[in-house]
Design a protein around this ligand. Sequence first.
Ligand code: AHM
Ligand code: MG
Length: 331
Amino acid sequence: MLQSHVVTISRFLIDAERKQPHATGAFTSLLSDIALAAKVIGREVNKAGLVDILGAAGDENVHGEQVQKLDVFANQVMFRALDHTGLVACMASEENETFIPIPDKFPAGDYVVIYDPLDGSSNIDVNVSIGTIFSIHKKITDGERGTLADCLQPGSRQVAAGYILYGSSTMMVYTTGAGVHGFTLDPSIGEFVLSHPLLRFPDPPKKVYSVNEAYYARWSRGQQRLVSHLKTDGGFGSRYIGSLVADMHRILLQGGLFMYPAETQNPQGKLRLLYEAAPMAMVIEQAGGRASNGIMDVMDIQPESLHQRIPLYMGSKDFVDLAEKMLAESP
Ligand code: AHM
Ligand code: MG
C-alpha cells in the first residue's frame, strides 16, 4: 500500500509547477523524461555484473542479441528519452563529438539539454558507483532549432541541473534554482521518492579531501602545498572513489573538498566544463557550497568549446575559498 507520506518525483514536480503561475508543464515533462531515462539506465547498470553470463559488449548474448557497451547504451537512452518530445532545441553529450540536433521528423522546443550519460564508466567492471549528469539551458538563438551557440552558455544561465547516482541505491538529485532535492528509487514500485528535501552542505563540514594523489609530482607547487597543508595542519582525512558523481554526492552529504587540479600531463585537468563541472556547480551552489576552477567560480566561465576541460575545486565553501587562496599564494 502506498504510504500517505511518500512523495514521488512526479508529484513533487507537479506541486512545484503549480507554484509557477506561467508554467507550461514543459519543464516538468522534461525532468520526468530524464527520470525515466535514469530508471532505464539504472536497470542496465544493475545487471552489469551479469555480463559474463549474458554476453560481453560487442558479443551476442544468450538470446542472440548484440550486447552494447553500457556507456553507448546510456547515451542512446538519454537521447531517445528527449528527442521526440517537442521540448528540446538541441542536445550535447560527452559521448558525441559535435552537438546533437533534434531529428527533422520531430518538432523542436526551447530547452537545451547537455549530459554525460555515464560518468566514471571505467568503474563499471569493478562494481563501483557511477552516474549520469545533466544540465538544462534555455535556447538563446532565434532559429527554430538549436545551434552550437545554444550549448556554449555559462553555468550561471542553467535553468536546471542534476545527477543520477547508481550506487547502493539509485538516486536522482537536481535543482531548478530553488534548492536541491534528492529522490531515491524505490525498486518495489519503480518510482523515485523524495528522500532528501532541500539538501544543504553540513555546517560544520567533515574535513575530508578527495583527489587523485598519484598525480602529486605533476601538480603545481601551490596544489602540492594545499594538499600537504590539508593532511597535516588541516587535520583532513581523505576519500577518493574516482567516480565524480559518487565523490561529489558524499561531499554534498558530509562536507569536504573535491579536487581535480591541473597537472603537467593535463594542463586543464580532466573534467569537462559543460558535462561535469557546470551542472555539478549549480547543484553545489544551490546547496550552499562553492565550485571554482581555482581562480574563479565555475558558473561564470564562458565555454569556448563543447569538450573544454577545466581544473575543478568543489565542495564546502570555506574549503574551496582556502584552496583558491593557497593556489594564488604559490601558483
Ligand atoms: P569519464 O568521463 O571518462 O568517465 O572520466 C571522468 C571520471 C570522473 O568520474 C572522475 O572524477 C575522474 O574521471 C577520475 O579520474 P582519474 O582516474 O584520473 O582520477
Ligand atoms: Mg565524464
